[in-house]
Design a protein around this ligand. Structure first.
Ligand SMILES: [Zn+2]
Length: 108
C-alpha cells in the first residue's frame, strides 16, 4: 500500500484517501490572455501536459481527509513520492528534491 504525506494533516495516509489532480504549477491564462489566444493555443493549454518520465511536480487532493490540495514530487517510473508541499509554495529546487530523496532513503 502506498502512503502519501499530506502537508496539511502532517501525516502519512493511505493512497485511497487522495486523488491525482493534474500537473502542478500549471498557470491558467488570465481572462484577457484567454480572449486573445488562438484555438490552437487554447487547445494546447487545455490538453497538452509535460508527461515526464521520472520526477514530476503534481497536484494532489486529500479528498477523503482534510479536503486540501497540495503539490508533490513523485517519480512516475517508481510511483514513489519524494516530497509533498503546500499550495502556493514554489516548485522545490533540485537541491531540495535531492535532500528529500536522501532523507527518504535514510528512513527506509
Ligand atoms: Zn490532509
Amino acid at each position: 500500500m502506498i502512503e502519501i504525506h499530506c502537508p496539511y494533516c502532517n501525516e502519512k495516509r493511505a493512497e485511497i484517501e487522495f486523488a491525482y489532480a493534474g500537473e502542478a504549477h500549471y498557470v491558467r491564462p488570465t481572462a484577457k490572455e484567454q480572449a486573445e489566444m488562438s484555438d490552437e493555443d487554447w487547445s494546447r493549454y487545455m490538453f497538452v501536459r509535460d508527461n515526464i518520465r521520472g520526477e514530476h511536480a503534481e497536484r494532489w487532493w486529500h479528498n477523503a481527509g482534510c479536503n486540501m490540495f497540495f503539490n508533490a514530487i513523485r517519480n512516475t517510473v517508481t510511483d514513489k513520492f519524494v516530497m509533498t508541499y503546500k499550495m502556493g509554495l514554489s516548485r522545490p529546487s533540485k537541491k531540495q528534491i535531492d535532500a528529500a530523496r536522501k532523507e527518504n532513503k535514510a528512513k527506509t
